[in-house]
Ligand binder design. Structure first.
Ligand code: ADP
Ligand code: MG
Length: 225
């Protein structure tokens, strides 16, 4: 469902060229839980942003669901993101003025095909699943970092995206909270057959991934899948 061929991303700053991705070929199937690993600066975030349609490659192709994403207009890409993709970032990116439940509902409210009673019910269900039912009317700042990240994950899955992207979602969490978040991803992958692509540079996370794609200097140096 995800395929790239000879994917390259070059950042140009004045006369300096940085090859952030230097010819990446990969195929990721539905339901896989993939870890993108590698040292800082190896191109992990760049790859995730390209696959998540958050940035443009310099050359090479990306197919999502057999669609050559280069052929999509900006509007179609926005709709593709809203209907098919979900995102979790390391800084949670919750809206501070909205309650936990409102934050989780947000991506569903943006969709014309979602009925309010339906996504409200989904939100109640997801908050129960992540163990935060009693916090639904709290504001994000009243929650711990680990709890906020669980809310961000709930928000990312409320629309049942085909692909869930997470860029170092545990970067600001201690080991215990990181385990809770990783267990949650594992559960979502298992129960919902959710495709998950997660970036990490923590070696101990590797036991959670079913497949590890390791990058160095913008190239795949190892792929366990
Ligand atoms: N917006 C940007 N402008 C210039 N260089 C960038 C930009 N984003 C990333 N880079 C460079 O591209 C390389 C890969 O970055 P990145 O994908 O963020 O790596 P990682 O997530 O593995 O730490 C690094 O050398 C980084 O400095
Ligand atoms: Mg990064």
């Amino acid at each position: 469902m995800i395929r790239t061929t000879n994917l390259r991303k070059i950042y140009r700053m004045g006369n300096v060229e940085v090859k952030a991705l230097d010819g990446v070929d990969l195929t990721i199937g539905k339901g896989e839980f993939v870890g993108i690993m590698g040292p800082s600066g190896s191109g992990k975030s760049t790859l995730l942003h390209l696959l998540g349609l958050l940035d443009l490659q310099t050359t090479g192709d990306i197919w999502l669901d057999s669609i050559d994403v280069d052929r999509l207009t900006d509007y179609e890409k926005t709709m593709f993101r809203l209907y098919k993709l979900g995102y979790v970032f390391q800084d949670y990116a919750l809206v501070p003025e909205l309650t936990v439940a409102e934050n989780v509902c947000l991506p569903a409210m943006l969709r014309s095909d979602r009925k309010e009673e339906e996504y409200r019910a989904d939100t109640v269900k997801i908050l129960k699943q992540i163990g935060l039912s009693d916090r639904s009317s709290h504001l994000p700042r009243e929650l711990s970092g680990g709890e906020q990240q669980r809310v961000a994950i709930a928000r990312a899955i409320v629309n049942k995206p085909d692909i869930l992207f997470a860029d170092e979602p545990c970067a600001n969490l201690d080991t215990e909270n990181s385990s809770v978040v990783l267990d949650l991803f594992d559960e979502i992958n298992h129960e919902l057959k959710q495709t998950i692509i997660m970036v990490s540079h923590e070696d101990w996370h590797s036991k959670y991934f079913h497949r590890i794609i390791r990058l160095r200097d913008g190239k795949i140096v190892e792929d366990s899948g």
